[in-house]
Write a protein that binds this ligand. Structure first.
Ligand code: ATP
Length: 367
C-alpha cells in the first residue's frame, strides 16, 4: 500500500502550463478525487503519477520513495481510462485473468481471484462471453475489474464512468466504494463531475488552469470554499455570488447591494468576523441556494428580488430570481406557491453566509 506525495509538481507543454507547482499528499488507502473543469490539468497529473508523462519540474514520492525513474510497469499502479481498453477477442474470464497470468500466478489462484472479482462486479454470468458481445456498461466493469484484480497499491481512474448512463453511473459509484473497501487501495479518481467527487471521495483536490484551488474533505470544500472558483464549482445549483460593498449604516457594519438593498451585519457574528478581515471595500457575498429564504412580507433584513422562473426538480423546487439584473437561485424542499413576476424579499441565512475579496476571489475570515 502507498501514500502519494506530489511536491512542487509542474508540467509544461510548450507555452501551456498544464500543471503548476502542485503540492498534494494523498494518504495511504484514501480515495482522492481530482476535480475541475476540462483542461485544468487532471489527466496530466494522473499521467505523471502513472509514469506516462514526465514532470517538467518537481517530485513524485510513493511512501517517501522517489519514483521518478521507475517505468510505469514498476510503479505498482493500476489505471482505468474513460474509454475501456480491453481485449474484445477474449472472453470476460480471459480479460480478468490477463494481468494475473502475466504475473505467472498458479492456475487455481487465478481462477479463485477471477471468480471473486466477477462476483464483486456482478459479471458472474458473463465469464464465458466474448467481450465484443458486452454492453458499454459491462465493458467498463470488465476494464475496472481487470485492473483492480492485480491489487495494485495505487489505483488511478480517469473519468471511468463518464461514458455510462446515469443509472449505471450511480450503481458503479457504490461498486467502486466496495472495491476500495475490499482491496484497501489508494485511489485517485479524475472527474469533472462534482457530485461524483462529493459522493465518492475522502478528499477532493479542486483544480483550475493547472493550479490547485483547495484540498479537503467533501464537507470542507462544500461548506468552506477557499475562493469564488470553488464556491461556484461545488453544488448544483451553485452558490449565489453577489457583488457588494462594505459600508456603515448608522454606525453598524453593513453590506450594500446598491438598489437591491442593504444587509446589516449586527445580527450575524460569523459574517461580521469575516467582514472585519476585509482589506478593501469591494466584496462578493455568497450564500448557498438551499440556505436562502424567500418571504413576501416587507422585511428589513432581506434583499429585493423578482421571481423569474420556477423549476420543479423531483421533490425540490429551484426558484430563479432577478436581483438587480443578476440571476440568483434558491432551492426549496417543497412546492413553491409564489408565481412568476412576484416581488419578494430574499433573506440570507444567518451564520451560513460567505464573503470573498472581489479582486482576488479569496474567502475572507476562514478558520
Ligand atoms: P479533460 O477533462 O478535458 O481531459 P484535464 O483537466 O484532464 O481536461 P489535461 O488533459 O491534463 O486537462 O490538460 C491540461 C492542459 O494541458 C490543457 O490545456 C491541454 O490542452 C494541455 N495538454 C495536455 N496534454 C497535452 C499535450 N500532450 N500536448 C500539448 N498540450 C497538452
Amino acid at each position: 500500500m502507498a501514500s502519494i506525495r506530489l511536491s512542487s509538481l509542474s508540467k509544461r507543454f510548450g507555452q501551456v502550463t498544464a500543471v503548476d507547482r502542485l503540492e498534494l499528499l494523498i494518504p495511504d488507502k484514501e480515495f482522492v478525487a481530482l476535480l475541475g473543469p476540462s483542461g485544468c490539468g487532471k489527466t496530466t497529473t494522473m499521467n505523471m503519477i502513472a509514469g506516462i508523462e514526465r514532470p517538467t519540474e518537481g517530485r513524485i514520492l510513493f511512501d517517501d520513495r522517489d519514483i521518478q525513474n521507475l517505468p510505469p510497469s514498476r510503479r505498482d499502479v493500476g489505471f482505468v481510462f474513460q474509454n475501456y481498453a480491453i481485449f474484445t477477442h477474449m472472453t470476460v474470464y480471459e480479460n480478468l485473468a490477463f494481468g494475473l497470468r502475466v504475473r505467472k500466478l498458479p492456475r487455481t489462484e487465478i481462477d479463485r481471484r477471477v471468480r471473486e472479482m466477477a462476483s464483486l462486479m456482478r459479471l458472474d454470468n458473463r465469464l464465458d462471453w466474448l467481450s465484443a458481445k458486452l454492453s458499454v456498461n459491462e465493458l467498463q466493469k470488465v476494464a475496472i475489474g481487470r485492473s483492480a484484480i492485480t491489487e495494485p497499491a495505487i489505483f488511478l481512474l480517469d473519468e471511468p464512468l463518464s461514458n455510462l448512463d446515469a443509472a449505471f453511473r450511480a450503481f458503479m459509484r457504490t461498486e467502486l466504494k466496495h472495491l476500495q473497501h475490499q482491496f484497501q487501495q489508494t485511489m485517485v479518481y479524475v472527474t469533472h463531475d462534482q457530485i461524483e467527487a462529493m459522493s465518492l471521495a475522502d478528499r477532493i483536490a479542486v483544480m483550475n488552469l493547472g493550479v490547485l484551488q483547495q484540498y479537503g474533505s467533501p464537507a470542507e470544500v462544500y461548506n468552506q470554499p477557499r475562493n469564488t472558483f470553488v464556491a461556484n464549482f461545488m453544488g448544483s445549483p451553485s452558490m449565489n455570488l453577489l457583488p457588494c460593498s462594505a459600508v456603515e449604516n448608522n454606525g453598524v457594519p453593513a453590506l450594500s447591494f446598491g438598489e437591491v438593498g442593504m444587509l446589516s451585519l449586527a445580527q450575524d457574528d460569523a459574517l461580521l468576523r469575516r467582514f472585519r478581515t476585509a482589506q478593501a471595500p469591494s466584496l462578493v457575498f455568497g450564500a448557498r441556494p438551499e440556505d436562502m429564504e424567500i418571504t413576501t412580507s416587507d422585511n428589513d433584513a432581506g434583499l429585493a428580488a423578482t421571481v423569474t422562473f420556477v423549476e420543479p426538480i423531483g421533490p425540490r423546487t429551484v426558484v430563479h430570481l432577478d436581483m438587480g439584473g443578476k440571476t440568483i437561485k434558491i432551492a426549496k424542499e417543497k412546492r413553491f406557491p409564489i408565481g412568476i413576476g412576484s416581488r419578494v424579499n430574499v433573506v440570507p441565512p444567518r451564520g451560513k453566509c460567505h464573503l470573498f475579496d472581489a479582486e482576488s476571489g479569496a474567502a475572507l475570515g476562514l478558520e
